[in-house]
Structures are given as structure tokens and as C-alpha cells.
Design a protein around this ligand. Sequence first.
Ligand code: SF4
Ligand code: MG
Length: 320
Amino acid sequence: LRFPMGRSIGDVISRRPGREVRALNGVSLDLTRGETLGVVGESGCGKSTLARCIVRLHKPSDGSIYFEGQDIFDGEIKADRTYNRRVQMMFQDPYSSLNPRMTTEQILAEALSVHNMRPEAEIPDRVAELLDLVRLPKDAQDKLPHEFSGGQRQRIAIARALAVEPEVLIADELVSALDVSVQAQVVNLLLDLQRELDLTILFVAHDLRLVRHVSNRVAVIYLGRIVEIGDSETLFSAPSHPYSQALLSAAPSLDPDNRGAVKRLEGELPSPLNMPSGCPFHVRCPHASNICETKVPALMPFENRGEVACHHVEEINADA
Ligand code: SF4
Ligand code: MG
């Protein structure tokens, strides 16, 4: 991962007792300053592993993640806490990430003091500013996490991430636990903040409608590999990879004009413990041929529609 210019992650092996699972495989992508890159795929595809690698909760067994040209697991940048401040992760469940015994003010003050963001005397003012930034009333500062709604708690988690003035936000299923109406509010807040603060966002989610709304670019991941990546509107309106096509047509009401062409996603997601040979999608793909069973397709530019990893992308999209 070279970012703000780029990123390339090689393999990530996640260890569970007694076995090794290859969670990501040859993933390579760039995150450009100021953009929102959406990452979609079924659960277990490696989306969260990718997010966790970027904030160094997880180390790739192979491959590198570069931030402004420096390998984040290497040398100077590793010793320097600046990276931890500049790249902030937000999780799905703020209930488990916010200390239940701390008031909002204490939670935000703690984030500010860990990174020496403000002299002690300025902390109360900064807390008020942060609450304002996430559109929470001033009296929120004296309350405990359980006194808030789910959406409000997620706003506090956002305020905590913003307290340290990050440049990159990693949002892993940020609003998945919230009601649909609340999801929109939190996501729109995030988009406003992105413009105000010039943030770069990696938005990991399984909800395609949300990802489409939020992202400039989208990466579709299947069994730890990027199968398609490109401009969000292009990809959602005309997906090129058979998996992206199936994923989008399996999503209800994503595109009301396109209900005719429902191709359901058949079969189960194979276990990463038992990775298919060749194209990882071949066991479920309606277009699979012999080569698909033996040769892994490389991610290659396809027309002006981003990059696609499929041996038959041209024929498949010529038929459509
Ligand atoms: Fe389907 Fe083959 Fe393309 Fe894989 S490479 S998506 S199996 S057609
Ligand atoms: Mg996940």
C-alpha cells in the first residue's frame, strides 16, 4: 500500500490455532489523497484484514504497505508514533471500543493527551469543538456511552478519531450496526467532514448501496483477491467481472432499472482454508472454462472500466 500515493499488500496469513489461512493474496492497490476508496465483498473475503493491516493491527507475512514512500512496518516510521496518529481506524461497534466508564469528555481528552495534541488548559475547548464537529450537543461531554443512541456513539467514535487530526480514516463497517435511517446521517456526516478536513477514507462495507454513495473508487474483493477495481459509478452501473456482476445483481433494489438481469450468486463462498486453484471464483462462475481452473487471472486494465482479473472479461462483456 503506497499511500497517499499507493499501496501494495502482498500476502497476509492470519493464524488461527493449528492452521494458517491466507486472508489476502497478492492484493495491490493505491489510496490517493482525498479520495474515498470503497472495499466490498462477502464476509470473510479479507476486507477487515486489509483494514487491520493498514493500522498495523496485523502484519502481512509478505508484501509491504507504504505511507508516503515509507514501509509502515519498517525502521523510522515504526519507531515514530506519528503514523498512529495520522491514520485512524473506526470500528463497527463503538460499544466495545468506547470505555463504558468514561464520559465523552474523558474519552476525547484521553485521545488528545496520548498524542500530546493540546496543552492541558486547551483540552476543554477542543472537546467542545470536536462535539460541534460531529454535531453533538455540548452536554454530551458529561454523559457515558450507554446514555447515547447507537448513531450518537458512532459520532463519538468519529470525534475521537478526529481528535488527533488524522489524514486517513479507515472505516470498517462503520455504520453496519445502525438502523438504515441513522446510517445515512452518519455517512453524510462523514462525507461533510471529509470535505471540511480534506480526509482520505478507506470505506470497508458489505452494503453496496452505502459504498456506492460514499466512494469515488471501489475495490471488489473475492477470497482475498481484488477481482475488480475502478471508478465507483462505472463499476456499479456496469460491473465487468462475473463476481461483481453477481454481487450487484444479488443486492436487492440496488438498481431498480436493472432487475431484468438478475444473476444470483450461486454456491457457498469456499473456505479460505481450501482455496480453489486458478481463478478463485471458478467454482461459482457461470463463464468458467479450463484455463480458469488452473491459471490465476491477473488484474489488468479493461477498456476504460478500471482493472479486472478475469480470463474471459472481453467475451463476457461483449455478450452483455
Ligand atoms: Fe469466471 Fe474464469 Fe473469469 Fe474466473 S477467470 S471470473 S472463472 S470466467
Ligand atoms: Mg469484517
